[in-house]
Design a protein around this ligand. Structure first.
Ligand code: SF4
Length: 369
């Protein structure tokens, strides 16, 4: 049994209709509820909740402070490789795009590390395209081993792997794996992912199950906002989260909200998500799940990110470059997408503090593994 079989029991259109049918009374019930369920989540992401946004924001603020205090944790991505064997039609690293490709050597990684450490980071997110030959398990394992002495926490956003491979990385000190389903709409998924291993919907949706079995400390979920109806995709993500929490209860969970950004290629979002809807979504997740780490990346603009501090999020990336070598040797030809918040980590930390929050650079150590 995996989440794939759970997912198969649901019909996308019926779930979408059920969300659209929620009323203001359903939203009020969800806001009063101590332990919101999936029906409450549907109400919170429904159009009926739009007129309750202020109440949702106030509740989300209270719940976040109660569980996480006045803190925001900062992390930085390190792009190791933009080589990819997949053909996701919305991504600049799509194997069909004629862009320069590069995978960092150890010397190049060290140069990146010097810059990253000088900015004060202890939490590092390693990012690669999905190319088993260029940046597969052996490469990732070697890089983690090499970087362990330099960082308190190492997370990855890399190609999905088999269980024994995750077990290897877990032993190596890997803390968190982010694996985005992109969309839970199985038929539409195959249009967005026409080739490569990522075309296998079942393998991808079962990846968090393999991570849970491998005892990875934290699993990060999410959809690519803009591909399909965000309300329905978010419901399936919430369903996935609930399933995982019940089955792998010792694991921690995180959620992110990547919105499509400009990149090499010409893909336009089918279902754009506006700022107000993104606020609604973030608050809905916080009200639904009070333990959840909620992360906001530099895909979002400075004003939006400033305003979200205190409203539900717990983690932010800062100073991000989206190309391999981007910190020591920037090369815009290698970028995955344009970031929207280009402020320095120090500047972002100042903003966090000006809002009465503490910037957390480190809340974990390898010795805790
Ligand atoms: S989204 Fe990931 S897997 Fe798809 S083309 Fe981009 S880097 Fe490759």
């Amino acid at each position: 049994m995996s989440f794939y079989s759970v997912h198969q029991q649901y019909n996308w259109d019926e779930e979408a209709q059920s969300i659209m049918a929620k009323t203001s009374a359903d939203v009020q019930r969800a806001l009063r509820c101590e332990k919101p369920d999936l029906e409450d989540f549907k109400a919170l992401v429904s159009p009926a909740a739009e007129s309750h946004l202020e109440e949702m924001a106030a509740l989300s603020h209270r719940l976040t402070q109660k569980r996480f205090g006045h803190t925001v944790q900062l992390y930085i991505p390190l792009y190791l490789s933009n080589e990819c064997a997949n053909g996701c039609i919305y991504c600049g690293f799509n194997c069909k795009n004629k862009i320069a490709r590069h995978t960092l050597s150890k010397d190049e990684i060290l140069k990146e590390v010097e810059v990253i450490k000088s900015m004060g980071f202890e939490h590092l997110l390693l990012v690669t395209g999905e190319h088993p030959g260029k940046c597969g398990i052996d490469y990732v394992e070697e890089v983690i081993d090499f970087l362990k002495p330099h960082f308190a926490q190492i997370s990855v956003e890399i190609a999905p792997m088999d269980l024994p491979e995750y077990e290897r990385l877990q032993k190596q000190g890997l803390n968190t794996v982010y694996i985005y389903q992109e969309t839970y709409h199985a038929e539409r998924y195959s249009i967005y992912h026409p080739r490569g291993k990522k075309a296998d919907f079942k393998y991808r949706i079962e990846t968090p199950d393999r991570l849970g079995k491998a005892n990875i400390h934290r699993i990060g979920l999410g959809c690519l906002l803009g591909l399909e109806d965000w309300r329905t995709d978010s419901l399936f993500t919430a369903m996935h989260l609930q399933y995982l929490e019940r089955k792998y209860w010792q694991t921690k969970y995180s959620i992110s909200f990547p919105r499509l950004r400009p990149h090499a290629g010409s893909f336009e979002p089918n279902y754009p998500v506006n700022d107000k809807q993104l606020v609604q979504l973030i608050c809905a997740y916080r009200i639904f799940n009070q333990e959840l780490e909620i992360s906001l990346s530099t895909r979002e603009n400075p004003v939006f990110r400033n305003n979200m501090i205190g409203l539900g999020i717990t983690n932010m990336s800062a100073g991000s470059k989206t190309e391999p070598g981007g910190y020591a040797n920037p090369d815009k030809e290698l970028k995955q997408f344009e970031v929207s918040d280009c402020r320095t980590p120090d500047k972002i930390s100042e903003v966090i503090q000006s809002k009465g929050y503490e910037t957390v650079w480190k809340d974990w150590d390898q010795c805790l593994m």
